[in-house]
Design a protein around this ligand. Structure first.
Ligand SMILES: NC(=O)c1ccc[n+]([C@@H]2O[C@H](COP(=O)([O-])OP(=O)(O)OC[C@H]3O[C@@H](n4cnc5c(N)ncnc54)[C@H](OP(=O)(O)O)[C@@H]3O)[C@@H](O)[C@H]2O)c1
Length: 267
C-alpha cells in the first residue's frame, strides 16, 4: 500500500522524488522500490528517515507497527504530521506510542491510488489543525477521492473500499471468463469487461442517480438484461457482496480488538 501511494503521489507531482525518503525491512525490497520510483530507500533506516521528515506515512502491517512506533518515537516531533495507513490500530494506541501530543491521522486508502483513482477515508486525533487536515485531505485527493469519517467507521471502510478493489477485480475476471465462455477472444473480453466497470462507475458518479435507476434504464422488457438480472438475483449477487463487506468489517473489528488487547497485556 505504501508503495502504491508513493507511486501515485509521485505521478501526480504532489511530492517530488527528491523530497521523499522511503524505508522498508529488507535490502531486496529496498532495491526494488528504489529501482521502481527513483527515490532514496533504506532498509532499517526508520529513525533517520523520521528525523528529517515533515510528514511521516506509516504503511507497515498492524502487528509490526507498534514496534516501529517504539523505534521512532524519540525522533517524532509535535511539528510533524504522522499518517497511519494501518488498519486496526486505533489513534489512542498511536497517541500513546508517539509519547507526545502531535498531529496523527489514520487513513484507509486503496490500491487504485497508484492510478490516481484511489478511495480514501481519513480521521484525525485531537492535535490536528484545520490546515493540517486540509493538507492531508489534499494529499489523498491528489490520488483519487477522499472523505472524512469518524474513527469507529474505519473498519467498515476497510471492508468496503480498502478490500473492495479485490472484489471488483473478481467481477472483471468473471466478466472476462463469461466472454471467453461465449467465444470472445481474451483481448476483446478484457477490453470490454474493464471498460464496462469503468463506464458504469463513471455513469453513477456523473448522474448522481441511484444505481438501481440506471440499472432499470438498461432493461428492455423481455430482453436479455432482465434474463441475466434474474439469474444474478437468483444466485444472490447483491446479498453476496453485502455479506462480504459485513464479514470483512467484522474481521477488521475483531483483529483490532485482539491487537489492542495483546498490546495492553504486554504493557
Ligand atoms: N493492501 C491494501 O489494499 C491496504 C489498504 C488500506 C490499508 N492497508 C494497510 O497498509 C498496511 C500495509 O499493508 P500491505 O498490504 O501494503 O503490506 P505489505 O505488502 O506487507 O507491506 C508492508 C511493508 O512494510 C515494510 N516493513 C515491515 N517491517 C518494517 C519495519 N520494521 N520498518 C520499515 N518497513 C517495514 C515491508 O518491507 P519488506 O517488504 O522489506 O518486508 C513492506 O514493504 C497494513 O497495515 C494495512 O492494514 C492496506
Amino acid at each position: 500500500m505504501g508503495s502504491a501511494l508513493l507511486g501515485g503521489l509521485l505521478k501526480t507531482g504532489f511530492v517530488s522524488a527528491q523530497d521523499v525518503v522511503a524505508t522498508v525491512r529488507t535490502t531486496e525490497r529496498a532495491a526494488e522500490v528504489r529501482a521502481k520510483y527513483a527515490v532514496p530507500v533504506t532498509a532499517g533506516g526508520n529513525r533517520e528517515a523520521v528525523h528529517q521528515a515533515d510528514v511521516i506515512i506509516l504503511a507497515t502491517k498492524p502487528h509490526v507497527t507498534p514496534k516501529v512506533m517504539d523505534e521512532i518515537h524519540e525522533q517524532l516531533r509535535p511539528n510533524q504530521i504522522l499518517i497511519s495507513l494501518v488498519a486496526a490500530l486505533p489513534l489512542r494506541v498511536l497517541d500513546t506510542k508517539a509519547r507526545k501530543a502531535m498531529p496523527i491521522f489514520r487513513a484507509i486508502p486503496n490500491l487504485p491510488v497508484i492510478v490516481e483513482e484511489g478511495a480514501t477515508a481519513i480521521c484525525n486525533n485531537a492535535y490536528t489543525t484545520s490546515s493540517q487536515r486540509e493538507y492531508v485531505g489534499n494529499l489523498f485527493r491528489s490520488v483519487g477521492v477522499a472523505v472524512e469519517v469518524e474513527e469507529d467507521q474505519l473498519d467498515a471502510v476497510t471492508g468496503l473500499s480498502g478490500s473492495g478493489p479485490a472484489y471488483v477485480y473478481m467481477v472483471i475476471e468473471a466478466f472476462i471468463a463469461g466472454g471467453l465462455k461465449m467465444g470472445l477472444s481474451r483481448e476483446i473480453s478484457t477490453k470490454l469487461a474493464e471498460q464496462t466497470v469503468l463506464g458504469a462507475a463513471k455513469h453513477v458518479r456523473t448522474t448522481g442517480l441511484h444505481p438501481a435507476i440506471l440499472r432499470d434504464e438498461v432493461i428492455t422488457p423481455g430482453g436479455t438484461t432482465i434474463v441475466a438480472i434474474h439469474e444474478l438475483e437468483r444466485l444472490g449477487l447483491r446479498s453476496m457482496l453485502i455479506s462480504a463487506i459485513e464479514l470483512a468489517t467484522k474481521h477488521a473489528q475483531e483483529r483490532g480488538k485482539a491487537l489492542v488487547a495483546k498490546l495492553e497485556t504486554h504493557e
